[in-house]
Design a binder for this molecule. Structure first.
Ligand code: ADP
Length: 181
C-alpha cells in the first residue's frame, strides 16, 4: 500500500463561519478512509500549547507560529493535520505556507452578518456589548486569503458540499487516493 502523504489543511475564517463544522465533516470522511490525522482546534490549542497568549497582533502571530511548528512536524511524518483557527492575518498564514510546504488553505467564508446571526458561541453579542475586546470582525481585523486552494461559502452551500470541496482538493493534489471508497 502506498504511504499516505502528509499535509496541513488550514481553515481560516471568522468565528462562526464554519471552520470546526467542516473540519468535523472532513475528519469523518478521512477516518472512513483509514487516514492518520490530527486536529489542532483553535480553542483547544489556546488552552494548552499557547495558554496565556492574548489577542494582540503579536500574540495572535505567536499563536499561529506555534501551531504551525507542530503542524509542520506532523506533516513531515505523513499525518493529515487539520487546523481550524481564525488566523486573521495574511502574512503569518503565508509564512506557515512557506514553512510547511504541503499546505492547503481553506477560506471558510460567510458574511460577518451571517456569522453574527448564527452567533454559535454567543461571542458576537458579548463583543457588541463591549464585554470582549479585540474580537475579529468587530473591533479587530480579518484579512481574507487572496489565493486560497479552496473557498467554502457556507452561507450559500451545504455542509456536505463544503466538505466535498476540501476532499476533492486533497485528491487533486495527490494527498488522497482518487479510487478510495
Ligand atoms: P467556526 O468554527 O468557524 O467558529 P462553527 O463551525 O463553530 O464555526 O459554526 C458554524 C455554524 O454554521 C454551525 O452552526 C453550522 O451548523 C453552520 N453552517 C451552516 N452551513 C454550513 C456549511 N456549509 N458549512 C459549515 N457550517 C455551516
Amino acid at each position: 500500500m502506498q504511504k499516505q502523504r502528509g499535509v496541513t489543511v488550514w481553515f481560516t475564517g471568522l468565528s462562526g463561519a464554519g471552520k470546526s463544522t467542516i473540519t468535523s465533516g472532513v475528519v469523518k470522511a478521512l477516518q472512513e478512509r483509514g487516514c492518520d490525522l490530527e486536529v489542532m482546534d483553535g480553542d483547544e490549542v489556546r488552552q494548552n500549547l499557547t495558554k496565556g497568549l492574548g489577542f494582540s497582533k503579536a500574540d495572535r502571530d505567536e499563536n499561529i507560529r506555534r501551531i504551525g511548528y507542530v503542524a509542520s512536524l506532523l506533516t513531515r511524518h505523513e499525518v493529515i493535520v487539520l487546523v481550524p483557527v481564525i488566523s486573521p492575518y495574511r502574512e503569518i498564514r503565508d509564512e506557515m505556507r512557506q514553512k510547511i510546504g504541503d499546505f492547503v488553505e481553506v477560506f471558510v467564508n460567510a458574511p460577518l452578518a451571517v456569522c453574527e446571526q448564527r452567533d454559535v458561541k454567543g461571542l458576537y453579542k458579548k463583543a457588541r456589548a463591549g464585554e470582549i475586546k479585540q474580537f475579529t470582525g468587530i473591533d479587530d481585523p480579518y484579512e481574507p486569503p487572496l489565493n486560497p486552494e479552496v473557498e467554502c461559502r457556507t452561507d450559500l452551500e451545504t455542509l456536505a458540499e463544503s466538505v466535498q470541496k476540501v476532499l476533492d482538493c486533497l485528491t487533486t493534489r495527490g494527498y488522497l487516493q482518487p479510487d478510495a471508497p
